[in-house]
Design a protein around this ligand. Structure first.
Ligand SMILES: NC(=O)c1ccc[n+]([C@@H]2O[C@H](COP(=O)([O-])OP(=O)(O)OC[C@H]3O[C@@H](n4cnc5c(N)ncnc54)[C@H](OP(=O)(O)O)[C@@H]3O)[C@@H](O)[C@H]2O)c1
Length: 404
């Protein structure tokens, strides 16, 4: 695709396109207000900004409920959790991001991880103090009122028999993924009957949870309730979602969260995109293209130029910003890729639903040497020609700090 060669034309189109985008945004906003006025008069006032509150918004043709941070100013949040201690169990990427955000929001947070492990070290580097705010797992659970089980999904299963008796009546059990309880036949995680069980699943890595919060923004999160003993479980899930750094909380169920999440990460988000990148690169190389050309045309242009445009304004905007030559070809080939991929996605969803993916994940991630095994697989990716070529291309970016 000749985006860079035609950059002048593309820039002109891109300059033209915002007005198209603005027009469609204005139109969408008017349609939204009309819809809300018809469906829910009180919500129409929300959209107009007169009343704050839960929003019911139209996503494509469906109306869904969304909760926003603006409804939880800091004082309200701190007051809501004034009698609570949030016990963050596990300090992987989510534990790190969520606990630091909640601490910065002025809530009482402690961290519980196994002593002497990687996380114990990392937590101390982030300012958690042994005996004050950093404890072994059992002690943290005993001290906490809201038990945030952010161990790895595999560890949630292997530690459950030990942890379960510590989660006593009156505590709240919190997860960042529906995995453990939805696949309870495989994981053995069956929560006690007398505690609220809720979920806040940020739609991004824990590192992003932290950086967006530090930038004054917020990540989108899914929230759900598995068990509501107090009648307050949903409200608590929303409040915790905001406390750990979400900007917007989208309501779902544990099942829907875990099915879509396992499916998405195996598909377009990670596995699918890696497979597409490699296949496209390989054919270019088979046809005599140099590594730099194959990489630029496959990964660099996608991640640096076109995907951000899709992210910012949508697929039609990306098309509008490209040459008519590119547009014609992509429009013709998109249905072919869709048709070729559909059976793979259907197989994948089935494999998620029937628990195959869960069992595979538990089996692999429970191996004592799982970290080394992953290191080995990732080192193999790093050694692939496409990603070695990528290192040089990235180093040539004007703002790069990478060494060639
Ligand atoms: N990462 C994401 O992008 C993401 C996004 C949304 C939701 N989630 C969910 O958030 C949860 C946590 O995920 P994560 O990525 O933050 O963490 P992770 O890397 O999967 O897990 C790391 C934590 O688990 C601990 N751990 C592993 N095996 C253990 C064992 N046998 N006994 C005790 N502790 C053990 C590690 O402690 P040591 O350092 O001591 O080994 C570390 O604190 C999961 O439910 C995940 O599905 C993750």
């Amino acid at each position: 695709m000749s985006f860079s060669r035609n950059s002048a034309r593309a820039v002109k189109q891109a300059l033209r396109a915002p007005s198209v985008a603005k027009r469609s945004i204005a139109l969408a906003a008017r349609q939204q207000v009309a819809l809300n006025a018809a469906v829910q008069p009180q919500v129409a006032r929300n959209v107009l900004g007169a009343v704050r509150g839960v929003k019911q918004l139209k996503f494509a043709d469906d109306v869904e409920t969304v909760y926003e941070r603006a409804d939880w100013p800091l004082e309200k949040l701190q007051d809501y959790f004034k009698n609570d201690t949030l016990a963050m169990i596990g300090y992987g990427s989510q534990g790190h991001g969520q606990s630091l955000n909640a601490r910065d929001n002025g809530l009482k947070v402690i961290v519980g991880v196994r002593e002497g492990g990687e996380s114990w070290k990392q937590a101390q580097e982030d300012g958690w103090v042994p005996g004050e705010t950093l404890f072994g797992i059992d002690e943290a659970i005993n001290k906490g009122t809201i038990i945030m089980n952010l161990l790895s999904d595999a560890a949630q299963s292997t530690t459950w028999k030990h942890i379960e008796p510590l989660i006593t009546k009156g505590k709240t059990l919190y997860f960042a993924h529906g995995f453990s309880v939805v696949y309870k036949e495989d994981t053995g995680v069956i929560p006690p009957k007398d505690v609220d069980v809720i979920l806040v699943a940020p739609k991004g890595s824990g590192r992003t949870v932290r950086t967006l919060f530090q930038e004054g923004r917020g990540i989108n999160s899914s929230i759900a309730v598995w068990q509501d003993v107090t009648g307050k479980a949903k409200e608590k899930a929303v409040a915790l979602g905001i406390a750990v750094g979400s900007g917007y909380c989208y309501e779902t169920t544990f099942e829907k969260e875990v099915y879509s999440d396992l499916y998405g990460e195996r598909g377009v988000l990670m596995g699918g995109i890696q497979g597409m990148f490699r296949a496209q690169y390989q054919v270019l190389r088979e046809n005599g293209h140099s590594p730099s050309e194959a990489f630029n045309e496959t990964v660099e242009e996608a991640t640096q130029s076109l995907f951000p445009l899709i992210g910012k304004y949508g697929m039609d905007y990306m098309y509008a910003a490209c040459s008519t030559t590119a547009r014609r070809g992509a429009l013709d080939w998109a249905p072919k890729f869709e048709k070729a991929n559909l059976p793979v996605f259907r197989d994948l969803y089935k494999s998620v639903r029937d628990g195959t993916e869960t069992r595979r994940s538990l089996e692999f991630n429970n191996r004592p040497n799982y970290r080394e095994l992953y290191d080995k697989e990732l080192a193999e990716i790093d050694a692939q020609e496409i990603w070695r070529a990528g290192k040089t291309v990235r180093a040539l970016r004007p703002d790069s700090k990478e060494q060639i």
